[in-house]
Design a protein around this ligand. Structure first.
Ligand SMILES: Nc1ncnc2c1ncn2[C@@H]1O[C@H](COP(=O)(O)OS(=O)(=O)O)[C@@H](OP(=O)(O)O)[C@H]1O
Length: 817
């Protein structure tokens, strides 16, 4: 087997300490200025930054976004995909940017594209010269650059004579190369001087204007540049965007004992497995490296005589490895119920006991990823019961591709970690038959996708299969070269640790991933294949009434239910007609829980719907709803926010809320002591009424054909006309004449549904309460409190082409009077 020989003379780790920004706070976000021409570079850059999960904001057309928010910097780094964009920012923007960079100690990362096609030129402001369109040789990284961290400095990477490099040079003390290369001036277009050394990446210490900058050419696909870009991001952001240097690597070998003959491991293959592991540990390439073997006991000693010997030898060598359950017969768990799964697991557990396997009892992997995502509750429960499991891994969350977007989540106490593929599948066992051939595999290892997988993932769980270690032993070839190459050219410290430690590291670094973001299995072919045949997306709603509370949502819910084509969710014991799934409390229950609240729709044209009036103000609900139900329709109802506040106060009083019983409405809405109960009640009265701030979040995810704004006051006055609008919005084939279904009830003071017997069945006593009108002092206070918000709503509706509720028109007219 070929073993990668490191030619880097620098073997010791030399780690510069980055300056931090101490007390100045910035968000962990990158701002990228770009134009249309630089799309390819932008795409690659966003991909790289996305792979390390840093957030990005893209600004086209040189527009400056909000740079500060509540005395916190909005960005930790600013990038220009083209020098030209930076040079031609308008004067005001440049000054603002400079001020921001100085105040928040933020640096600039500037790309100079070869297409910019400027011959030897002096930058307008500083003595930096650059030359485009050159051939180069002898690329090497400057050992003394303080920028390098992941990148191991001080080596000659290769002789690359490819064309079209932009190179930099300067004699000014502010400039210091991060990497250099020789110019090979061979063609008329080359603009550098043959034989001279130029910078390929240049640092500007900022001696002239106080802002540190790093200039890159557009060779962003070059793997060394990817490493230096990651270092530059950490350096220029003063460690705000810093990746740790530890890389936790677990190599799972799935399908142990299971492979088609003659692809199983033989005795010699097992010996090589042990030798590999010993060598990697001894040379300290990956600390404590240990293969993690997922076994399916049913297939033990199946195959030809050599393979049987291989199986036996693997068991004899068992203490060299760690082991985990991969189910007895390697069936897809989503096809089994809880008791069948428990049976499967118990037989495999017995096998492990008989053969004295050194097990990770808290870790397992489901065959074919089935049952993990989309989640199959029975699998999670069986895992917990039989194994006491708390860690697993999958490549399917949220989607298989792009691999960089894979995430982890925690469900029913089980930590699900993302799993990475190394292109070694059950059918890739020979160099000759590897898709794209050996060159493709080598490219991936030596600086390509596989290499970048380890660079960008703090925790990498690789999925491999038993057969990858037999035949040509492609897996051993891959890992030996990959790990040695990483050790040679980076300062990363690779190690193998147990799964529970992996999970701790992962979720400590990515706490935002703990709560899953449920996607729709029916929108993903692979997910559908590993989802129980008994489940159907038809039990998910097509319409959600999201509130806010006290605007007439129950009336709308009741009126919609009168339509034979529309069916609501089942009632809940605790929250009555509301499901309240898209809230922190219930969302963790998963989509099976949600779907169980809906009937099987009687016909294709049935519209399932639910209303939960608290969704409107839930910060995550718009994204969560859109991710699960991208085509669903949304209805918000708006009434005068002052009236809404008063209605909530009445609601609180009748629910015996102490603050509401003790304090007048005026005292509540003017409460200032932020830690008191009365202030809490104040917020519930006032904040949902700041409609536009909430509506903006809904509008980010739903377009006009999906989002209807109902006039809640008209729903009281003239529900017939308002229901006509709702029916049009839902594009109902058979529209109902609501004038026959709703009649005004003088006693109730509201419209009520007409029952079959002709009687009126009004909403319960909690809807349409009787109470005295609001006092003038409160009215004045609220008028003032909501003034800006009312204006914002008016602008919002104008800008998005919505018609305006009558109450809003009146408010605006009053303001202008
Ligand atoms: N037809 C009909 N019957 C009864 N009540 C009606 C009706 N249409 C609208 N409304 C108004 O609905 C207000 C209650 O709003 P919600 O149902 O959204 O309240 S809740 O958030 O679900 O508790 C309720 O508020 P209050 O008047 O303060 O009780 C009513 O004003």
């Amino acid at each position: 087997m070929n073993l990668y020989q490191c030619s880097n003379p620098i073997s010791d780790n030399f780690l510069p300490k980055y300056e931090s920004r101490k007390t100045i706070e910035v968000k962990k976000k990158v701002l990228i200025f770009t134009d249309k021409v630089t799309n390819l570079l932008l795409k690659r850059l966003v991909y790289l930054i996305g792979s390390v999960k840093f957030n990005v904001k893209i600004s086209h057309n040189k527009l400056l976004p909000l740079l500060e928010d509540h005395q916190k910097g909005s960005f930790a780094l600013i990038v220009f995909t083209k020098l030209d964009i930076y040079l031609h920012l308008d004067k005001h923007a440049k000054e603002r940017l400079k001020e921001y960079c100085l105040n928040y100690k933020v640096g600039l990362l500037i790309f100079v594209q070869n297409e910019e096609n400027i011959p030897i030129t002096k930058l307008s402001e500083y003595p930096l010269f650059f030359a485009t369109n050159n051939h180069i040789s002898n690329y090497r990284v400057n050992a003394s650059s303080p920028v390098l961290r992941i990148t191991k400095p001080g080596y000659h990477v290769f002789n690359n004579t490819s064309s079209k490099w932009t190179l930099f040079h300067s004699k000014d003390p502010s400039f210091e190369p991060i990497s250099v290369t020789n110019c090979e001036n061979r063609k008329a277009k080359d603009t550098c001087e043959d034989g001279l050394v130029y910078a390929a990446v240049m640092r500007d210490k900022g001696l002239h204007d106080g802002i540190e900058k790093i200039y890159f050419n557009d060779k962003i696909t070059f793997w060394v540049h990817k490493l230096i870009i990651l270092d530059a991001i950490s350096y220029l952001s003063r460690s705000s965007l810093l990746l740790p240097l530890e890389r936790y690597i677990l190599v799972d070998i799935d399908d142990i004992f299971l492979a088609n003959s003659p692809l199983k491991m033989k005795k010699q293959d097992v010996k090589e497995l042990v030798n590999f592991q010993n060598r990697i540990r001894k040379e300290n390439v990956v600390e404590n490296f240990t293969f993690n073997l997922g076994f399916s006991g049913k297939y033990y000693r199946q195959g030809n005589i050599n393979e049987m010997e291989g199986d036996e030898f693997l068991l004899a060598s068992r203490h060299n490895f760690t082991w985990f359950d991969h189910t007895w017969s390697h069936v897809q768990p989503h096809k089994l119920n809880f008791s069948s799964l428990v049976r499967e697991m118990l037989v495999n557990k017995k096998f492990a006991k008989i053969h004295d396997l050194p097990l990770y009892t808290n870790y397992s992997v489901a065959p074919h990823h089935s049952g993990v995502y989309p989640v199959h509750d029975d699998l999670y429960e069986a895992w917990r019961q039989v194994w006491g499991l708390d860690v697993t891994s999958t490549e399917e969350y949220p989607n298989l591709y792009p691999a960089k977007n894979r995430k982890g989540f925690i469900y029913k106490g089980i930590k699900v970690l993302p799993r990475q593929t190394c292109n070694l599948f059950t059918h890739t066992n020979f160099f000759d038959t590897f898709p794209g051939g050996r060159t493709k595999l080598d490219n991936s290892i030596f600086g390509g996708d596989l290499f970048m997988t380890v660079i960008t993932n703090i925790v990498t769980i690789f999925m491999t299969h038993l057969s990858n270690y037999g035949s040509d032993r492609l897996a051993l070839y891959t890992f030996t070269n990959l790990f040695n190459f990483i050790k040679c050219w980076t300062n990363l410290k690779m190690m193998t640790v147990e799964p529970s430690k992996l999970a701790d590291v992962y979720f400590n670094f990515y706490p935002n991933e703990i709560l899953p973001l449920w996607t729709n299995p029916c929108n993903n072919k692979r997910h559908l294949e590993i989802w129980s045949g008994q489940k159907t997306c038809k039990r998910l709603p097509h319409l959600i009434v999201v509130g806010p509370q006290k605007t007439g949502t129950t009336a709308l819910y009741t009126f919609l239910n009168l339509h034979p084509q529309i069916k609501s969710n089942f009632q809940s014991n605790k929250t009555f007609e509301e499901v309240q799934f898209f809230t922190d409390k219930n969302y963790v229950n998963g989509i099976d829980w949600y779907m169980n609240h809906f009937p099987f729709p009687p016909s294709e044209s049935t519209i399932l719907f639910e209303k939960s009036a608290n969704y409107f103000t839930e910060a995550k609900a718009p994204l969560q709803i859109h991710t699960l139900l991208p085509d669903t329709k949304i209805i918000c109802i708006l009434i005068n926010p002052s009236q809404r506040a008063y209605s909530w106060y009445q609601h609180a009083q009748s629910h015996k809320d102490e603050a509401a019983l003790k304090h007048s409405f005026y005292d509540v809405i003017t409460a200032t002591n932020s830690s008191s109960d009365v202030h809490n009640l104040r917020n519930k009265c006032l904040l949902p009424g700041l409609y536009t701030s909430h509506l903006n979040k809904w509008k980010t995810h739903f377009n006009n054909s999906q989002l209807l704004i109902v006039d809640g006051e008209n729903l009281v006055e003239d529900p017939i006309s308002e229901m006509e609008k709702v029916q049009n919005f839902l594009k109902l084939q058979d529209k109902l004449d609501y004038s026959k279904l709703l009649k005004y009830n003088t006693k109730k003071g509201f419209f009520c549904p007409v029952t079959n017997g002709g009687k009126l069945k009004c909403l319960g006593s909690g809807k349409g309460r009787k109470y005295s009108p609001m006092d003038d002092k409160s009215k004045d206070f609220l008028k003032h409190f909501y003034k800006n918000s009312i204006e914002d709503l008016n602008d919002f509706l104008t800008n998005h082409g919505y018609s305006k509720p009558g109450w809003l028109i009146k408010e605006i007219n009053d303001m202008n009077a």
